[in-house]
Design a protein around this ligand. Structure first.
Ligand code: HEC
Length: 103
């Protein structure tokens, strides 16, 4: 493979990652995703809100060191979705929303 092809491939890969990493994370987006049954590519009708209505009882979870892993456990388990990278706007927003419940 020549250099040009490799450079193009790297550029394309970076572009593909942009939608997930660019943009701004926010409590509002986190709340929306929390109520979204398609989160993580989930194909069932379950959202986070199904089991944690209004985020109740999650207030204490904000300080968990393994919060990303815990969220992913609930995405892969009940939502039957795919785990979300911790650096994405989606995961950062979900965490912001959960942290906002503790305030
Ligand atoms: C089918 C019900 C169900 C759904 C849907 C669900 N969870 Fe959970 N969740 C649980 C249960 C049960 C626990 C506690 C058990 C445990 O710690 O493993 C829990 C624990 C948690 C905790 C830790 C709570 C604590 O007190 O430390 C967080 C954070 C959390 N869920 C977030 C989410 C998010 C975000 C979603 C959506 C992606 C979600 N959950 C979807 C059932 C669910």
């Amino acid at each position: 493979m020549n250099r040009k092809v490799i450079v193009t491939m790297v550029a394309l890969a970076a572009l593909a990652a942009v939608p997930a990493l660019a943009g701004k994370s926010s409590v509002e987006l986190g709340k929306k995703l929390f109520n979204d049954p398609t989160l993580g590519g989930s194909t069932n009708s379950t959202s986070c809100n199904t089991c944690h209505p209004g985020g109740k009882k999650l207030a204490n979870a904000a300080t968990r060191k393994d919060l990303t892993a815990m969220i992913n456990r609930c995405i892969v388990g009940p939502l039957k979705g795919e785990r979300i990278d911790g650096r994405t706007v989606a995961m950062r927003s979900l965490k912001l929303y959960i942290k906002s419940l503790a305030e």
